[in-house]
Design a protein around this ligand. Structure first.
Ligand SMILES: Cc1cc2nc3c(=O)[nH]c(=O)nc-3n(C[C@H](O)[C@H](O)[C@H](O)COP(=O)(O)O)c2cc1C
Length: 286
């Protein structure tokens, strides 16, 4: 799969390679109303990664349903809509509006968003608020729901167990890690909104650790994400217990990265004489 926010609505990449060959496309985080996002600068390169503070710039759910979904409905590749809100009601309303829309195959719930009714703490930081969002979304839609966890919490396995209990059909992880960069000449934070989210190869060992932890704690499928750039990276996540993977930041340097990773996995399987990928899921777990 592609990781949300790094592959637009799929259409932006469709002239570069055959996106229909991918397992799924996860679109940019979608909110009830259109958003312009955070002030510039919003992206800064770091050693082995990227800091971003896009601030959920998106066209809003109404435009998504009217302008994007009809095209997705004609695609072979399933499209998963990533949703984001500031209140539990936002999430359930979004899920309700997307329910039954042709071209939308599933919902990925981004719980790395600040809960404005609870002092701005991320929904995903606590098992309780993460479960509350999951329950609300599940009640509002018949679509399968993936809940996407934040690494910015003290015990990610506890959050995972809570959202699985609340009805998540799958769990994706991880979202970005909080970070800051300083412009030493200006003596100011480099990003317009001060802090941002770190992604890319720099976070891979953290993501892999969290996938290992979560896969050992829940029965639902786990989707690994964080710094996956090559097929070998992806296979590490699968061996740690992921049933599927997402490619994000790697697409910025190589737009074909999601398909390269997929083809690389197939090559590895052929070389190793493995016919069924499920044989590899969690194989490295002790
Ligand atoms: C520019 C950018 C925008 C992102 N936007 C979203 C988003 O809208 N919703 C979301 O759940 N995750 C978003 N993410 C997080 C990614 O989907 C992914 O979880 C994270 O970047 C780690 O994977 P990676 O290292 O392969 O990029 C974004 C990441 C980047 C770099």
């Amino acid at each position: 799969m592609t990781a949300s926010g790094t592959f637009g609505y799929g259409t932006e990449y469709s002239h570069l390679f055959d996106i229909q060959k991918l397992g799924a496309i996860v679109c940019k985080g979608t909110t009830l109303e259109p958003r312009e996002g955070n002030p510039q600068p919003r992206v800064a390169e770091t050693a082995c990664g990227v800091l971003n503070s896009i601030g959920l710039q998106n066209i809003g759910v109404k435009a998504l349903i009217e302008e994007k979904a009809p095209l997705w409905a004609s695609w072979r590749v399933p499209v998963i809509v990533n949703i984001a809100g500031e209140t539990v009601d936002d999430y359930s309303q979004l899920a309700g509006e997307l329910d039954g829309v042709a071209g939308v195959s599933a919902i990925e719930v981004n719980i790395s968003c600040p809960n404005i009714r609870a002092g701005g703490a991320e929904f995903g930081a606590s098992p309780k608020s993460a479960a509350r969002v999951t329950t609300a979304v599940k009640a509002a839609t018949s679509l399968p729901i993936l809940v996407k966890l934040t690494p910015n919490t003290s015990d990610i396995a506890e959050v995972a167990m809570a959202v699985a209990e609340a009805g998540a059909d799958a769990i994706s992880l991880i979202n970005t890690l909080k970070g800051i960069a300083i412009d030493v000449t200006k003596r100011r934070p480099l990003l317009g909104s001060i802090s941002g989210g770190l992604s890319g190869p720099a976070i891979k060992p953290v993501a892999l650790y969290m996938v290992y932890e979560v896969a050992g704690a829940v029965e639902v499928p786990v989707i690994g994400c964080g710094g996956i750039t090559t097929a070998s990276d992806a296979i590490e996540f699968i061996m740690a217990g992921a049933s599927a993977i997402q490619v994000g930041t790697a697409s910025f340097t190589n737009p074909r990265a999601p398909l390269d990773v997929l083809e690389g996995i197939e090559k590895f399987m052929k070389k190793e004489g493995i016919e069924d990928i499920t044989k590899l899921i969690g194989i490295a777990r002790l």
